[in-house]
Design a binder for this molecule. Structure first.
Ligand code: SF4
Ligand code: SF4
Length: 415
């Protein structure tokens, strides 16, 4: 389909000077060696679609689909190219002008968009999984469904935080908490750990009712209008609370929440409110104070995986390492290619299972070679991807933990 139109901010696209310094950071280019699967190549394709030199057709869309949106190219780029924003605008354009095959359409429009952003729907949708696992009937399922099931944790903990959870000591202030869709359905105990850490750190934790999906899944899959609706809803829910910060413990959601200002910058009624909201958003790891943690004295060897949306989209790499070091008593082994995507990338491991699996194996191999017994990270998607990769590799001696669980459960009683 020939669909011309100004979907790209040409100034942002022209910031790319084609130097190629990002190529060695791009996971898909490292795997395929194809320039069209690199940041530079994709920016060429985006501009060619905008100018009408290329149609929005299957081959071009394939190279854009294969992009993880990991934004490692932004970290590597000396020209400050805002690749994530170019990608979101391009995907929005593609979804408006490109027809998907039946399978991809059902997966994207029904499963990913209609289930994942709604905790109750997700909870109900996971019941057949529990039954199939209990009855050990997985072998009857088609390969794709079996592989989807393998991504799910063995133990899923649903949990809702109370509207208010008070500080353990004299309160220093009040923070809001975003529960996250996947987090509250599968990692409710991790949300509990996060709130407990904040309480021990002296913060009252407010979890406003009425909050919803952050919109990341929509933004990353080319549904910007829906992502903006999510942003408006969350801003309206949080802006009436007098909060020192709005805390998130899922890096993928955090990277969208800190960009609400950008997402709504052209909406006069919301631009200022969105910028004020985003300015308050902090990832848990950049809010907790290292000096308040006590080393646990564990002799377990621990390593750290950089979630792309924390390291590349938010530039946070030192703080989680400092927290893990403070808790472990200095025992932190650096992981080779720590900031290379594990293949999870939101819903990428569902829409692009083949590339996701290649990156999962690469990540797991690096973890095994590090000799670590614990791998810590900051995003539920990475946790699911790494946990399932470790199971597939038979590396049952290595535990993958969210940093909140690591910091809390490795705690000594007096913390
Ligand atoms: S490093 Fe930046 S300027 Fe250079 S090719 Fe990559 S995106 Fe373009
Ligand atoms: S976002 Fe990640 S996969 Fe996509 S071009 Fe950039 S580095 Fe490559």
């Amino acid at each position: 389909m020939n669909a011309r139109g100004q979907f790209l901010d040409e100034t942002k696209a022209l910031a790319c000077v084609h130097c190629g310094l990002c190529l060695s950071s791009c996971p898909t280019y490292l795997e395929t060696g194809n320039e069209n699967d690199s940041p530079r190549g994709r920016i060429y394709l985006m501009r060619a679609m905008q100018s009408g030199l290329l149609d929005v057709e299957a081959t071009t869309v394939r190279h854009i689909d294969l992009c993880l949106g990991c934004r490692a190219c932004e970290t590597a780029c000396p020209s400050g190219v805002q690749y994530g924003s170019l990608l979101e605008a391009t995907r929005d354009h593609i979804e408006k002008h490109h027809g998907r095959g039946m399978f991809q359409w059902l997966l994207r429009r029904l499963v990913i968009e209609q289930v994942f952003p709604f905790p109750w729907r997700m909870y109900v949708a996971l019941w057949p999984v529990r039954v199939i696992r209990f009855l050990r009937l997985g072998f009857l399922l088609p390969k794709f469904t079996r592989e989807m099931m393998e991504l799910l944790p063995q133990r899923m903990v649903k949990g809702k935080l109370p509207a208010e959870r008070l500080a353990k000591r004299e309160a220093r202030g009040k923070v809001g908490f975003i529960e996250g869709c996947v987090m509250q359905v599968m990692f409710g105990d991790t949300n509990e750990s996060s709130a407990e850490l904040l309480n021990r750190d002296g913060w009252d934790v407010i979890t406003p009712r009425g909050q919803g999906c952050c919109g990341a899944l929509y933004a990353h899959s080319g549904q910007l209008a829906k992502a903006r609706d999510c942003a408006r809803r969350n801003i309206a829910v949080f802006e009436n609370e007098p909060l020192d910060a709005i805390i998130i413990n899922a890096a993928g959601c955090g990277s969208t929440l800190v960009e609400y200002g950008e997402l709504l910058k052209d909406d006069p009624a919301w631009a200022e409110r969105a910028a004020a909201f985003s300015a308050k958003v902090k990832d848990l790891v950049s809010w907790l104070e290292v000096s308040r943690l006590t080393a646990c004295g564990s002799r377990e060897k621990v390593t750290y995986h950089d979630a792309c949306h924390l390291a590349h989209a938010q530039g946070i790499t030192a703080e989680p390492r400092e927290l893990v070091k403070a808790k472990s008593g200095g025992e932190l082994v650096e992981l080779a290619e720590s900031d290379l995507c594990c293949g999870s990338a939101g819903s990428y491991n569902l829409t692009e299972p083949e590339m996701a699996s290649r990156l999962q194996k690469r990540k797991v191999q690096n973890i095994i070679e590090s000799g670590a017994e614990v791998i810590v990270t900051t995003n539920p998607g990475c946790l699911l991807q790494i946990q399932s990769g470790l199971r597939k590799a038979g590396a049952h001696h290595i535990r993958a933990l969210h940093i909140a669980d690591y910091l809390l459960k490795a705690s000594t009683a007096e913390d």
